[in-house]
Design a protein around this ligand. Structure first.
Ligand code: PEP
Length: 252
């Protein structure tokens, strides 16, 4: 399975700028994308068109969405449906990002609904999990991950294809703070996630579902993080906004 190198552009970039960054990323990686790497760009909704156009036909690149509402269509003002994202060229979507959990009030049950609904609609889903600093200090990392994984994967069919599901371990205290979890902390948390996946989906699928690390990933730490057991990719926020820094991370 290729390592998944994901760029989360959050609420940054107007459509034109996003298209330019995606085109610059493509130009930098053209012919240089390692065979074991897949690049995923996750722009704001309004930039899906320009980003998708810039990446169209580029081998090893995919487009993703940051969020959706788990319904086919309907009277949900301000929301967007998985079918609309597929129509815009998205192959992937995030669910349970810490900013949605802790700023926008999304609970475990809603995250689980999104993962199940997105998969059924045809999107590959990336379930984000991770503890807050006070939970880590209280020795609750394993318990928090177990709770978020159980709820987040509750509606995933037992026979899910491993290329349709990924988990991103993102300690909340490391997102956008410049703090990165140390190698031992990352290895321990990813082992907990791997064991949960194997218990939930069996040894074959459980071993093949990719587990990404996210939290202040940059060029200086990407190589080391990618060398840790059970780290099958990275989810990058701040350092993915510039083509120069993200392309260097992709090839780290
Ligand atoms: C993220 O957006 O998921 C993230 C990890 O952000 P940053 O890399 O800026 O910490």
């Amino acid at each position: 399975m290729k390592k998944l190198m994901a760029a989360n552009w959050k609420m940054y970039k107007l459509a034109g700028e996003a298209g330019e960054t995606a085109a610059a990323l493509r130009a930098r990686l053209d012919g240089k994308l390692p065979a074991d790497r897949e690049v995923l760009v996750i722009p704001p909704f309004t930039a899906l068109g320009t980003t998708g156009q810039a990446l169209a036909g580029a081998a090893g690149f995919a487009l993703g969405a940051q969020n959706f509402y788990p319904s086919k269509q309907g009277a949900f003002t301000g929301e967007i449906a998985p079918d609309m994202l597929l129509d815009a060229g998205c192959a992937y979507a995030l669910a349970g990002h810490s900013e949605r959990r802790h700023i926008l009030g999304e609970d475990d049950a809603m995250v689980g609904r999104k993962v199940g609904f997105g998969l059924a609609a045809g999107l590959a889903m990336i379930l984000c999990v991770g503890e807050k600093i006070e939970e880590r200090q209280a020795g609750q990392v394993e318990a928090v991950l177990a709770r978020q994984l159980a709820a987040g994967l509750a509606e995933v069919p037992a026979d899910v294809s491993p290329d349709k599901l990924a988990v991103a371990y993102e300690p909340v205290w490391a997102i956008g703070t410049g703090l990165t979890a140390g190698p031992a902390e990352v290895a321990d948390a990813h082992k907990v996630v791997r064991e949960h996946l194997i218990e939930r989906f069996g040894p074959q699928t459980g071993a093949a579902v990719r587990i990404l690390y996210g939290g202040s990933v940059k060029l200086g730490n990407a190589g080391e993080l990618l060398g840790i057991d059970n780290v099958d990719g990275v989810l990058v926020g701040g350092a993915s906004l510039e083509a120069e820094s993200f392309s260097a991370i992709v090839t780290a």
